[in-house]
Design a protein around this ligand. Structure first.
Ligand SMILES: Nc1ncnc2c1ncn2[C@@H]1O[C@H](COP(=O)(O)OP(=O)(O)OP(=O)(O)O)[C@@H](O)[C@H]1O
Length: 244
């Protein structure tokens, strides 16, 4: 019997956009393993391929060459409908723009992924997440009645509630003031430490990245370095070397 040890991985991941004179190689032979129960940040200069790496790892976009897997399922060669199934089954997303449905309450937004896939909500788990995220008195509100920080916490609760194999986050604290951003990143870190959640996050911000266990540095579509137990100062120094 084999046990799943990697939440996601990529081998020789290459992504080209366009063709001919305007072709761009956004990823150039990326090899990466995302261990379970770790918080990984992806950093690098603008245009280095961070979002492309996140999207191809998450099965939102296809590689031009190479292979990527989620929970030991090679998604590269699967038909689109199957990739969608794998995403629904194994992945949670938190994006900068929240992506909440305006006409649904906080509670309805949080349980939407489970409702779509016809799965029951585990009430104890729901209550635990809501308690930690401090959303108990906001569940009947519509997104427009919530602050930016509260909306983003709803988005994190929505990602956590299904206990996905892995959560992908793109600049999750990007639209928040520094206090709300720090709170959100603290919650994400707790989800990794206390619940064994796996998170992969793209960020430009050295302070945000310092919440991670591991940082991958991208440059020109390649992983050029990684750092464990980062501090904001060490990350800043490393980014300066990259001409950031
Ligand atoms: N849909 C697309 N069509 C054409 N080129 C694209 C597309 N998406 C990304 N690119 C190009 O691929 C390269 C990598 O882009 P990507 O968005 O992954 O970088 P990034 O590191 O996330 O950048 P940023 O920090 O500015 O968000 C860039 O040169 C970008 O212009």
């Amino acid at each position: 019997m084999t046990t799943v040890t990697l939440a996601a991985s990529m081998r020789g991941g290459t992504k080209d956009y366009g063709s001919g004179d305007t072709a761009v190689r956004a990823l150039d032979g990326v090899n990466v393993d995302i261990a379970r129960h770790e918080f990984t940040a992806i950093m690098g200069p603008s245009g280095s391929g961070k979002s492309t790496l996140l999207h191809t790892l998450a099965g939102l976009d296809r590689l031009t060459a190479g292979e990527s897997s989620i929970a030991d399922i090679v998604i590269t060669s699967l038909p689109e409908a199957k990739v969608t199934e794998v995403r629904r089954e194994h992945i949670g997303f938190v994006f900068q723009s929240f992506n909440l449905i305006p006409s649904l309450t906080g509670r309805e937004n949080i349980t939407l992924p489970l409702d779509i896939s016809g799965k029951p909500v585990d009430p104890a788990w729901f209550d635990e997440i809501i308690g930690i995220l401090g959303l108990g008195d906001r569940l009947t509100h519509l997104p427009a009645e919530l602050s930016g920080g509260q909306q983003q916490r709803v988005a994190v609760a929505r990602a956590l509630v299904a206990r996905p194999e892995i959560i992908f986050a793109d600049e999750p604290s990007g639209n928040l003031d520094s206090r709300s951003g720090a709170e959100l990143l603290g919650f994400m870190r707790r989800a990794v430490k206390e619940f064994g959640q796996t998170i992969v996050m793209v960020t430009h911000d050295p302070t945000a990245a310092s919440y991670a266990d591991r940082i991958l540095f991208l440059e020109d579509g390649q992983i050029v370095d990684e750092m464990r137990e980062p501090t904001a100062d060490r990350v800043l120094d490393r980014m300066k070397q990259m001409g950031h």
